[in-house]
Design a protein around this ligand. Structure first.
Ligand SMILES: Nc1ncnc2c1ncn2[C@@H]1O[C@H](COP(=O)(O)OP(=O)(O)OP(=O)(O)O)[C@@H](O)[C@H]1O
Ligand SMILES: [Mg+2]
Length: 426
């Protein structure tokens, strides 16, 4: 007579849509459920007592033997998954959507029959649905990594484009400089030339006076010639003309030396440099953009030498100065300040221009962001400056009040981290 719990378990096991086989200690078949009978067409009563490997030769494989070994020696539950082409026992599970499933999971576990006899249970069930979703997941991952690779490529392209743009901004800056410098040099050269012409006339007059020494009969006559040629005026004017021409030539010299500093525009080397010299150089170069727009005031502190790429810092100063000049509608003031705090140096360019609307403040460093009319600004000045300052491990701060003016402050570390300067590579 079967007990209630035996009936319960028998009904349960027979009703399951999974394969269940009971084996004795030598892996001989004791029983299997109705699912196995339906799937294999074999009747358990005809095979009872025979080794499972005889009835299902597919089970005669190293993986299954491995499972048996583990279950026997360690007394453990052993799981294994079987792929479509090498199922442990060819059972055909069908998924609700009609697909034939391709993954069979199996569990081999030891148990004691009424505490007397070691037996083994073998359960086979379908994990095709999981396999399918994991395959979908895998496909999604592959697609994702493909997308990622595409994105990486895109970023790479963008970086190249960015570098090219920055390069073109440099070129534009050089173009702008060249035009400004030509104008700056033209002016002193113009008046030096005109002074030379006047001096030429004066020299001729002087020669006439000197020649007259041999020709005149009296000193009075000579005095008359001297008077007629306005000798006293010429004497003073010659002094003024020579001093003015000297100034003009000095100015040209200054501009040329500033240009030399700017000509290392592509240099990449960090080296100690004098920030004030850089600022003066830049002021000389952009003087033409500024002088009709603003009076420049300097409030310089005492600075240590700054480890930087000087031409690049000059370019930042130049962009800030030009922006400051452009922001001033009539005539205003540009104040340049510098200071030194601990390991940092900062410089400020403050203007009394029209200021920046609060809503736009977080956009000004975007490449191509400009409020200038089409064809006037590229909108790359601040983007380039931001990049340069970042490369120097520094930062830019901005305060602005519409109608009052704007102040950009650039913080730079006095010394660059060792790895960046290449010192540790030596
Ligand atoms: N000192 C300033 N005062 C007011 N607005 C400013 C100032 N500096 C920058 N801006 C604003 O930020 C925008 C972006 O500046 P950025 O230097 O990047 O480009 P740009 O000056 O417009 O063009 P480019 O520098 O190529 O000639 C400017 O168009 C302007 O609106
Ligand atoms: Mg600009």
């Amino acid at each position: 007579m079967k007990t209630n719990s035996e009936i319960f378990f028998e009904t349960l096991v027979e009703g399951l849509d999974i394969g269940v086989i009971a084996l004795d200690a030598d892996l001989h078949i004791l029983h299997w459920n109705d699912f196995i009978t339906r799937q294999t067409g074999k009747c358990v009563d005809q095979v009872r007592g025979q080794p499972i490997t005889d009835i299902f030769p597919e089970t005669n494989n190293p993986q299954f033997h491995g499972m048996i070994e583990l279950a026997r020696s360690k007394g453990r539950h052993v799981y294994h998954h079987w792929l479509e082409l090498s199922l442990l026992i060819p059972l055909r599970f069908e998924s609700p959507d009609g697909d034939l499933l391709s993954l069979q999971s199996s569990l081999l576990f030891p148990y004691d029959h009424y505490g007397r006899e070691r037996r083994y249970g073998l359960v086979m069930y379908d994990t095709g649905a999981i396999a399918k979703s994991s395959r979908q997941l895998e496909a999604a991952l592959v697609a994702l990594s493909k997308k990622q690779a595409e994105q990486d490529q895109l970023i790479c392209k963008l970086e190249t484009a960015n570098t090219q743009l920055l390069q073109s901004e440099k070129l534009a800056a050089i173009g702008q400089l060249a035009a400004g410098v030509a104008h700056e040099i033209n002016n002193p050269i113009g008046y030096v030339l005109s002074n030379l012409k006047t001096l030429d006339g004066y020299v001729l007059d002087m020669l006439r006076i000197i020649d007259a020494v041999d020709e005149v009969s009296s000193l009075d006559e000579l005095r008359q010639i001297k008077h007629a040629l306005e000798y006293d005026y010429v004497r003073e004017d010659v002094k003024a003309l020579i001093s003015e021409s000297g100034d003009g030539i000095d100015r040209v010299k200054q501009i040329i030396s500033a240009l030399k500093d700017f000509s290392y525009i592509d240099e990449e080397e960090f080296r100690p440099a004098d920030l004030h010299r850089g600022i003066e150089t830049t002021l000389n170069v952009v003087n033409n953009e500024i002088k009709y727009k603003a009076e420049v005031t300097r409030e310089f502190g005492i600075l240590p030498e700054l480890e930087c790429i000087p031409s690049q810092i000059n370019q930042v100063v130049m962009n800030l100065l030009v922006n400051a000049a452009h922001s001033i509608e009539q005539f205003g003031r540009i104040t340049l300040r510098t200071s030194h705090e601990g390991d940092w140096v900062w410089f400020e360019v403050e203007d009394t221009g029209k200021g920046i609307d609060k809503k736009l403040l977080n956009r000004i460093y975007e490449p191509f962001f400009t409020t200038k009319p089409v064809g006037k600004g590229t909108g790359l000045g601040l983007a380039l400056s931001y990049n340069i300052v970042q490369k120097h491990n520094g930062r830019i701060e901005v305060r602005s009040e519409v109608g009052q003016g704007t102040c950009f402050r650039v913080w730079l570390p006095v010394c660059q981290p060792v790895a960046l300067t290449g010192k540790d590579a030596e």
